[in-house]
Design a protein around this ligand. Structure first.
Ligand code: TUI
Length: 307
């Protein structure tokens, strides 16, 4: 399927894998790229040296294009931005902030720059700054989120800018893909579905929680201090929300979440770990390879779009 995004990025299918911290490492990124989508290494909160290693390992597994996501709150974001240039990565996505200060360096290196935006305001600002495309991410997503839903955000961003828009948040099958195209998107980004890919290194306990999740099993923590994060309900979210409701200071809440994503992804701690997942988790029922998922989504979407 050809769209402005498949042309821009040189990929077969307009499906991009979310740059999820801890989850989006080189096995997953390479598998998605090999399957014809765009795999992404999620730098998350990792040090720049780790990101460089991940890039090098991905290159060993695939010759196809892949990207790196820079989580802009990472204290080593400046170094990671340089590593991306040095390693000749072809696509960068960014999250949780404004990547303005890196744009000149990335564009000069010929990198395709695609920031995640959660509002029309930032979308316009990013287009003016010269980015290649945008990911409009709705509040249905897992992890750090904005306030607008995918259904409302995507068409408003599409109307506001001329560059291609990728829809994210609440998309996990061919119906969601087709709906995103109807809203004017040129591709989709999926996170939660790829967490349970066969190639994903995420702990089996975490995957099982996503596969067992129902529609209303996610919870948003941190909204009171401006860092809303969506994750599956567990002991951690109950404790967090109780403290948050009681007006606990930011530092105390931070302490609760420190290292909690690693605990979930690596150790499989589903009680006190952070099980980041989007609202679409309730629809995901099966672990598949990335190639199987992408084939299934594209076949279903094409049937719907031809109707
Ligand atoms: O970045 C994400 N999702 C993430 S990052 C992450 S790591 C983390 N772990 C624990 C606590 C907090 C973060 C987990 N999930 N998605 C992209 C995204 N970007 N969603 C929303 C935004 C966003 C929000 C506001 C982007 C820009 C923005 O504006 C900031 C500005 O400076 O204008």
């Amino acid at each position: 399927m050809k769209t402005k995004i498949t042309e821009l990025l040189g990929i077969m299918y307009p499906i991009i894998q979310g740059g999820m911290a801890w989850v989006a490492e080189y096995h997953l990124a390479a598998a998605v790229s090999e399957a014809g989508g765009l795999g992404i290494i999620g730098a998350g909160g990792a040090p720049a040296s780790h990101v460089r290693e991940q890039i090098q390992k991905t290159k060993e597994l695939t010759k196809k294009p892949f990207g790196v996501n820079v989580m802009l709150m990472n204290p080593e974001a400046d170094e990671i931005a340089k590593v991306i240039v040095e390693e000749g990565v072809s696509v960068v996505t960014t999250g949780a902030g404004n990547p303005g200060k890196y744009l000149a360096m990335w564009k000069e290196a010929g990198i395709r720059v695609i920031p995640v935006v959660a509002s029309v305001g930032l979308a316009r600002m990013m287009e003016r700054a010269g980015v290649d495309a945008l990911i409009a991410e709705g509040t249905e997503s897992g992890g750090h989120i904005g306030a607008a839903t995918t259904m409302t955000l995507v068409p408003q961003v599409v109307d506001a800018v001329k560059i291609p828009v990728i829809a994210a948040g609440g998309i996990a099958d061919g119906r969601g893909f087709a709906a995103a195209m109807m809203l004017g998107a040129e591709a989709v980004q999926m996170g939660t579905r790829f967490v349970v890919a066969k190639e994903s290194i995420v702990h089996e306990n975490y995957k099982k929680k996503i596969l067992a999740a129902k529609d209303i099993d996610s919870e948003v923590t941190g909204a009171s201090h401006g860092h809303p994060v969506r994750q599956l309900r567990n002991n951690m979210t109950r404790e967090y929300l109780k403290l948050e409701k009681a007006g606990a200071p930011f530092e105390e809440l931070e302490h609760l979440t420190l290292g909690a994503l690693r605990k979930a992804v690596v150790e499989g701690d589903t009680v006190n770990g952070t099980l980041m997942a989007g609202q679409i988790a309730g629809m995901i029922k099966e672990e598949m390879t990335c190639a199987e998922m992408i084939q299934e989504i594209m076949e279903q979407a094409e049937r719907l779009l031809i109707k």
